[in-house]
Design a binder for this molecule. Structure first.
Ligand code: GAP
Length: 510
């Protein structure tokens, strides 16, 4: 795999070839930025959701989950600010007729400069070997310092323009940075305009101004408007959280990078309600806790970084993104926001219902402050899948395609493979499968030579292959082959259940 673009192409084609992700409506030539999950993709996606749900709801006594409707009262989106302000700044290139997000053009430009820094570091690392000190290098190397200065200046200007909603200024910045259209290569840009991202539809048969509904652009508002219902019916005491997994819809203008930016996607969001004044402490808590959730999957820590927001929404007093190094660079995977009492106050104002909490310890009523953690299911899928996909050259010079998914997320936990299709081995293999299938997703495969069957399981990320041979018939256990190391060990059949449970757990991070 030569470069990042090739790696990304390989990710997309592997996902399709093995039944993880298909373009939506493919036989009708597809639908832009909409995808279907296939038989293995659905398993992986469900496992991601379960891993999140367990970590957030099951492991926290003070967090409960809900499932609110996609359709909500249209006033909700007025109150939340989405009708007036859920916009992207758009710009068109007059030559290619292609449309871009102005902010994304600038961020991509910054990413290119960041890439130059990375290349300088890689070069120096090669030259100095183990003696290379990255921190020292980036704080002293003149070329790196110059690049960093450029980045800081662009960031500062960009944040200032976005905060002031200065669309003319954004266009000027794009011109000043010499940003060209990737298709036409020209700087022939239109003015920047705002474009609302919500999909609108109608309810009922009579059309009118007030019957416009929106497909929810985030799941969070379903939590806010149910705050009192949950708090009262669950007798929840602050601090407490409400979690939800569900579909969200955004009419993304720049729909590219596969499932990174979709028009229909899924979010896993949690709103944590706290006493006013304690929110920044809780913000730090959730930053750490959410990063640990990612690290427990065993993906190296240097694939993640925090990106604190320069442009804070007017209602937020702290915000950060957990970014992941996708094949196209570091990009947002999850957002953690301290949203103050903005949402509950606005819904109180627009609904006329008081959304407050009586704190018996303080003997006072207040509107709780909120820390939000918000992560895309599909983006998590892409992060994990793209990191897992590898081409390996083995000792004998042959190659294998390996999908080294974290075992807890893998679609199948094990494959049950009779060594040959005779001598009673398939029957014994089926018995073993039946004894394990209520606890684990398993695949049975008896076709082709064992080596080819191993390769097939490697390519779909199955962490363990359980081979049943003649010794198994004599009560001498089975061979268990571990996917990444390809090491094999003999395990008694009655210990298989415990063995698999032990080996598919996420790793413990603090
Ligand atoms: N309630 C806050 C909120 O929705 P956001 O940063 O707009 O915040 C949260 O979205 C997460 O949802 C993102 O970090 C990303 O993982 C995911 N997400 C947002 N837009 C997406 C899209 N168009 N396609 C796929 N995932 C998306």
């Amino acid at each position: 795999m030569a470069n990042q673009e090739d790696i990304f192409k390989k990710v997309v084609s592997h996902a399709k070839e093995y039944g993880f992700i298909f373009p939506s409506s493919e036989i009708y030539d597809g639908l832009g930025a909409v995808y279907d999950y296939g038989q293995l993709g659905t398993e992986l996606k469900n496992n991601i959701k379960q891993y999140w749900w367990k970590a957030m709801v099951q492991y926290h006594e003070n967090i409960v989950g809900i499932d609110s409707a996609i359709f909500m009262h249209p006033k909700i989106w007025k109150a939340s600010g989405h009708v007036d302000a859920f916009n992207d700044p758009l710009i068109d290139n007059k030559d290619s007729k292609k449309r871009y997000r102005a902010d994304v053009l600038i961020e991509d430009h910054i990413a290119k400069i960041e890439d130059k820094i990375k290349k300088e570091c890689d070069k120096a690392h090669k030259r100095f070997g183990d003696a290379f000190n990255r921190e020292q290098f980036v704080s002293t190397n003149p070329r790196v310092l110059e690049h960093q200065k450029q980045i800081d200046e662009i960031h500062e200007k960009y944040a200032e323009l976005m905060n002031a909603n200065d669309l003319a200024g954004l266009k000027q910045l794009i011109l000043d940075l010499g940003i060209v259209c990737p298709i036409s290569g020209t700087r022939n840009w239109t003015d920047v305009r705002q474009f609302n991202l919500m999909f609108a539809t109608k309810m009922g048969s009579v059309e009118g101004e007030n019957d416009t509904l929106y497909l929810r652009p985030e799941t969070a508002q379903g939590i806010f408007v149910n705050f009192l219902n949950v708090q009262k019916s669950g007798r929840m005491k602050i601090p407490f959280g409400i979690a939800q997994i569900g579909k969200a819809f955004r009419n993304e203008i720049v729909a590219r990078q596969f499932i990174f930016r979709m028009r229909e996607f899924e979010q896993m969001e949690m709103q944590f309600f706290v006493r006013p004044g304690t929110e920044l402490e809780w913000f730090r808590h959730w930053k750490e806790e959410r990063l640990n959730w990612h690290l427990a999957l065993g993906i190296p820590a240097d694939k993640y970084r925090f990106h604190d927001h320069e442009k804070l929404a007017h209602y937020a007093n702290a915000a950060t993104d957990i970014e992941f190094e996708f094949p196209f660079g570091f990009k947002e995977l999850e957002g953690i926001h301290s949203r103050t009492d903005f949402d509950l106050s606005r819904h109180s104002e627009f609904s006329g219902k008081k959304l407050q909490y009586f704190d018996s310890e303080l003997n006072e009523n207040y509107t709780p402050y909120v820390i939000e953690t918000s992560i895309g299911v599909d983006r998590t899928f892409l992060a994990i899948f793209s990191h897992a996909l590898k081409e390996e050259t083995l000792e004998d010079g042959s190659t294998r395609t390996l999908l080294s998914l974290p075992p807890v997320l893998a679609p199948y936990k094990a494959a049950i493979l009779p060594l040959v299709k005779k001598d009673g081995l398939p029957e014994r293999a089926r018995e073993i499968m039946d004894s394990l299938k209520y606890d684990f997703m398993l695949q049975y495969d008896e076709k082709d030579a064992i080596g080819r069957r191993y390769r097939r399981q490697d390519a779909i990320g199955t962490p363990f292959c359980i081979t049943v041979d003649n010794d198994t018939l004599e009560g001498k256990g089975v061979t268990v082959r571990e996917r990444d190391s390809m090491k094999q060990e003999r395990i008694p059949v009655e210990k298989l259940n415990t063995y698999l449970h032990e080996h598919i757990k996420p790793i413990q991070v603090n």
